[in-house]
Design a protein around this ligand. Structure first.
Ligand code: IMP
Length: 498
């Protein structure tokens, strides 16, 4: 006999509908907040709050640096994939952290450094502007690549070519980007150094970044106003990968596995806690309350929920393991809520795999998830790291699973069963820029929450009433009993006069 048999079928997100609650002025579209925690944080640090409940999956065909930068600017988060070398992945993390979002904690140089050394550093780091500081971090000046020529100046010290602090306009006690903007506007400088009352350098604000920042009010940034960078890891090489990612400035890690209820994840969680206690780790994927309890007991700061539902996933077919995403979320959310009652620690749940559209996102949230992770949705965007192709006159982008033969080729780590694939490869229709697609998705999520009468995601969890729908009901909910011309030819044949 098996340990247990559940005779009630597991449910998918498609099988649920939300019932409307009371909509009030507080819950009209523009008043709805989509903020949500990325990971548990004891002091509820703002850094770990997403502004929108959407994350891009850690996949080769989805989340490179470009997606991570654009999605963080728009309030969400993309997990940089780990099916590449640690060095390559760390370079992507570094690119995200280097992408400037207002206040920058810059790398400084000493006044005695030789210009030739500075030039090497500039090439190595890719920065053009370096503040010059003394041993106590007092600002002495600024040097940019326009201030020297290596041939004549190579042997001179930086102090000989820098623009000294006396000739610069410097900001003190400024923490608001708009204030920095006002001051910068009055100068001819391209960069504004911000110092503390003792004239020690705190930040640089670059003119070119300000416009960018003001255009992205939702951007998710760290305490130094750099975009948040998150990265996937595996349970095989974390002892070398995590140090490389930490060195690159990663903010949050996520263990990437199709089955996270394992001692390997517990070991990885404990190792990271011992060696990099400042880094929260998201663990998973799991689909049971037991899986949740196990991972959280070992220190998971959030948990990914879902197995077998991904659009490219053949785990259920290959291994016979899995569960409908709705039931997975319900079961794990029960365990999460119990854990919260007991400890006061709220562990965010990430609904992952098979989330197709805004309707699925909102149902997943209503069932208890805190944000949704999607692969296919993002693979269609300009910012995914793939090239467009044309198939039958349709513009498409390739999309493949991390367990597909194509992804596993880099090194057979994610899915150890190198004997068979757990994912497939295919194409998805190109959708354009993320910035042009996301607003509609978010507007629909807000509209659903407005109907429920929920002003934020915590209220959605409390107030949502959901109902299982029958197959006939789903049919009724689709367009029916009208004729819709399907082709241009059909339209051209319409005789509007009769
Ligand atoms: P999608 O949003 O439905 O395309 O699903 C994306 C999710 O599928 C990812 O976040 C992973 O959890 C999961 N996934 C990625 N690659 C594979 C695979 O090759 N096999 C099974 N699941 C996968």
């Amino acid at each position: 006999m098996p340990k247990k048999i559940y005779y009630e079928s597991s449910r998918t997100l498609m099988e649920f509908r939300l019932l409307p609650g009371l909509t009030t002025p507080e819950t009209i579209l523009f008043n709805i907040s989509l903020e949500t925690p990325l990971v548990y944080s004891a002091d509820q640090s703002h850094k770990y709050q997403l502004r929108i409940p959407i994350a891009a999956a850690a996949m080769q065909s989805v989340s490179g640096a470009e997606m991570a930068i654009e999605l963080a600017k728009l309030g969400g988060n993309a997990f940089i994939f780990c099916s590449q070398t640690a060095t390559e992945q760390a370079a992507m993390v570094r690119k995200v952290k280097k992408h400037k979002a207002g206040f920058v904690k810059p790398e400084t140089v000493a006044p005695e450094m030789k210009i030739s050394e500075l030039n090497n550093l500039r090439i190595q780091r890719g920065y053009n502007t370096f503040p010059v500081v003394d041993a106590d971090h007092h600002l002495l000046g600024i040097i940019t690549k326009n201030d020297y020529d290596v041939k004549p100046h190579g042997d001179l010290p930086v102090s000989a070519r820098m623009l000294p602090v006396a000739s610069l306009i410097v900001g003190g006690n400024i923490s608001d980007i708009k204030e920095a903007n006002n001051l910068l506007r009055e100068t001819h400088q391209s960069v504004l150094p911000i110092v503390d009352p003792q004239q020690r350098l705190k930040y640089l604000v670059f003119r070119k970044d300000i416009r960018n920042h003001l255009d992205n009010p939702l951007e998710v940034v760290d305490e130094h106003k750099r975009l948040l960078a998150t990265a996937a890891i595996n349970t095989h090489d974390y002892e070398t990968r995590v140090p490389a990612l930490a060195e690159a400035g990663v903010d949050v890690l996520a263990i990437d596995s199709s089955d996270g209820h394992s001692t390997f994840q517990a070991e990885a969680l404990l190792w990271i806690k011992a060696n990099f206690p400042q880094l929260p780790v998201i663990a998973g994927n799991i689909i049971t309350g037991d899986g949740f309890d196990y991972l959280v007991e070992h220190g998971a700061a959030a948990v990914k929920v879902g197995m077998g539902g991904g659009s490219i996933c053949i785990t259920q077919e290959q291994k016979g393991t899995g569960r409908g995403l709705a039931t997975s979320i319900i079961k794990v959310a029960e365990a999460r809520d119990r854990y919260f009652q007991k400890t006061g620690r709220y562990i965010p749940l990430v609904a992952d795999g098979g989330i197709v559209n805004s309707k699925d996102v909102v149902i997943a949230l209503a069932l208890g998830a805190d944000y949704a992770m999607m692969g296919r949705y993002f693979a269609r965007m300009e910012e995914s790291p793939t090239e467009k192709v044309t198939i039958n006159n349709k513009v498409m982008k390739p999309y493949w699973g991390e367990g597909s033969a194509r992804a596993r080729d880099w090194k057979k780590v994610r899915y150890q069963q190198a004997m068979f694939a757990e994912g497939v490869e295919g194409f998805v229709q190109y959708a354009g820029k993320l910035r042009d697609n996301l607003p509609e998705t978010l507007a629909k999520i807000r509209a659903s929450m407005s109907s429920v009468g929920a002003a934020n995601i915590a209220e959605l969890h409390e107030k949502a009433e959901l109902e299982v729908v029958s197959a006939l009901s789903i049919r009724e909910g689709n367009v029916h009993d009208i004729y819709m011309p399907g082709t241009e030819g059909d339209y051209n044949s319409i005789n509007w006069g009769n």
